[in-house]
Design a protein around this ligand. Structure first.
Ligand code: ZN
Length: 420
C-alpha cells in the first residue's frame, strides 16, 4: 500500500471510531472533503484562494492523519534508506527473486543490500516527523531545483570516497518528505525550473538529485497553495498535473471562531469581550476591498494588537479603545504610499459604528445605553442600573463568566468615543 492508501485507510478508521478528521479547522467542510478525496487518489493538490489562515493548518492536519497511521500500523523500511521505501520491495527482490521489485528500491539500498547479496536486511519502523516524512517549502524566486531534488556533493565525495554516504548524497525536500507530506506554500512564486522539478517527481514518482545519475523512488502526498493574485505564475504544465481546489473565505461565524482560537493560543492574560471579537471580524469584512484587501489574518492581527494595547495599559480586559487601536493599526499597516490617502478616507467614512453593532446584536443594550444618557459615564450608569436589566443583557449575551465586566466594557464603548 502506498502513502495515499495509508492516508485513506487512517481516515476511514477515524470515521468509524467517530473521530473528527481535522478538528482544529473551522468552516470549510466541503474543502476538507475534497482535499481528502483528491489525496486519496494519489494526485497532488493545489489549493487556491485568498483564504488567509486555513491552508497551513490543512497541510498540518493531513500530516497528523498520516502520522496517526504510522503510529498504529507498522511499516518497515531498510535501515538508513533516504526515502523510507517499504522493505517489502527489497525482500521481494532478494527472497522471491522478483526482478521488477528492484525498480522500487533506491540506489542506496541497492548498493548496501541488494548488490552485496546480503542475507539479512536490517529494518526499522517508519515514524514520520518534520524533516523525515514531512517537508515544507515557502515558494520564492530563489529556490533552486537542488533544494527540491537534493544534491550529490562532489567535493565531499572526494573526501569521503563512498558515493552512498548520506553526507555525499544530500537529501532535498522530496527525500525529506518521502513517505509523508510535501507542502509548498505559494507554488506560483517559485521559478519554472523549481516548479518542473517538483512536477516531474510527482508524475514519475522518482527523482534524480543534482550532479547525479541515480534515480530514487518517491511516494508522498503533495499539497500546494496559491493566492488568487499569483495563480497566473503557475506554469500550465504544472497546473494541469494538479487538482485545484478553490477555497472561499470562511463565513463570518467561522472567522470569529478562528480569531478566538488564535487569541487563546497566544495565552495572553487578558479578557476579550465576545462582542468585541465579533465586531473586529465584522469590521474587517465590511472594510475589505474598499481600499485594500483585508483577509482573516487582518482580523487575527487586529485582535492581537487590541490585547497588547490592553496589557500595555495594565487592564485585565480589552476595551473598545483597544479594539479600535487594533483595527486602525492593522488596517493602516496594510497600506502603502499609494493607498495611504484612500485608506484614511475609508476609515473616516466607512468604519462601522460600535454602538449600532451592539444594538443590532443585543437589542436590549439600548435600554442600558439610556442610563448613560442620564448619568454621563458608564461606571455610574452601571451602578444605577436595575439588576434585572443586567440579568437580561447577560442572558442575551452568551458569555464566559466575565459577563458583568463585559457589559461594563460595552457600556463604556457607548460612553467613550475613542479618537485615534
Ligand atoms: Zn532505500
Amino acid at each position: 500500500m502506498g502513502v495515499s492508501g495509508r492516508f485513506i485507510h487512517r481516515i476511514r478508521e477515524m470515521v468509524s471510531e467517530g473521530e473528527e478528521i481535522f478538528p482544529s479547522i473551522f468552516g470549510i467542510g466541503h474543502v476538507k472533503r475534497r482535499l481528502i478525496e483528491v489525496l486519496a487518489t494519489g494526485s497532488g493538490v493545489l489549493m487556491k484562494g485568498d483564504f488567509g489562515v486555513g491552508k497551513t493548518h490543512l497541510s498540518n492536519a493531513v500530516f497528523s492523519v498520516l502520522q496517526g497511521y504510522y503510529q498504529r500500523h507498522p511499516v518497515y523500511t531498510n535501515m538508513g534508506c533516504p526515502v523510507r521505501e517499504n522493505s517489502i520491495h527489497l525482500y521481494n527482490y532478494i527472497v522471491n527473486k522478483d526482478q521488477a521489485s528492484i525498480g522500487n528500491v533506491c540506489p542506496v539500498c541497492r548498493h548496501k543490500y541488494a548488490a552485496s547479496a546480503a542475507t539479512s536486511i536490517p529494518i526499522e519502523r517508519v515514524y514520520i516527523t518534520e524533516g523525515s516524512g514531512f517537508a515544507r517549502l515557502q515558494g520564492n524566486e530563489d529556490i533552486e531545483p537542488q533544494i527540491i531534488l537534493g544534491m550529490y556533493n562532489l567535493l565531499r565525495f572526494a573526501d569521503i570516497g563512498d558515493p552512498f554516504d548520506p553526507r555525499v548524497l544530500e537529501a532535498g525536500k522530496l527525500a525529506q518528505a518521502s513517505g509523508g507530506v510535501l507542502f509548498v506554500d505559494e507554488l506560483g512564486l517559485m521559478n519554472n525550473e523549481a516548479q518542473y522539478a517538483l512536477i516531474q517527481a510527482l508524475q514519475e514518482r522518482q527523482f534524480t538529485p543534482a550532479n547525479s545519475r541515480m534515480t530514487f523512488p518517491v511516494d508522498l502526498l503533495f499539497i500546494s497553495t496559491t493566492n488568487n493574485t499569483n495563480d497566473f505564475r503557475i506554469h500550465k504544465a504544472v497546473a494541469n498535473r494538479l487538482v485545484g481546489i478553490p477555497i472561499a473565505r470562511a463565513e463570518a461565524g467561522d472567522e470569529y471562531l478562528i480569531v478566538k482560537k488564535e487569541i487563546a493560543q497566544k495565552g495572553l492574560d487578558v479578557g476579550f469581550p465576545e462582542l468585541f471579537v465579533e465586531f473586529i471580524v465584522s469590521a474587517v469584512r465590511a472594510l475589505n476591498n474598499i481600499a485594500i484587501y483585508l483577509g482573516p489574518r487582518s482580523s487575527i492581527r487586529a485582535a492581537g494588537i487590541a490585547c497588547a494595547s490592553a496589557l500595555l495599559d495594565g487592564r485585565e480586559m480589552v476595551s473598545y479603545c483597544d479594539v479600535k487601536e487594533g483595527l486602525f493599526t492593522e488596517i493602516t499597516g496594510q497600506g502603502s504610499d499609494e493607498t495611504f490617502d484612500e485608506i484614511n478616507e475609508m476609515l473616516s467614512k466607512d468604519f462601522p459604528s460600535i454602538v449600532d453593532f451592539l444594538k443590532q446584536r443585543v437589542p436590549i443594550m439600548e435600554n442600558a445605553f439610556a442610563f448613560i444618557d442620564n448619568f454621563g459615564d458608564a461606571e455610574t450608569a452601571f451602578l444605577n442600573m436595575d439588576n434585572r436589566l443586567i440579568d437580561d443583557i447577560t442572558a442575551a449575551i452568551a458569555d464566559n463568566g466575565r459577563s458583568v465586566e463585559a457589559i461594563k466594557a460595552y457600556l463604556d464603548a457607548y460612553a467613550v468615543a475613542c479618537g485615534i
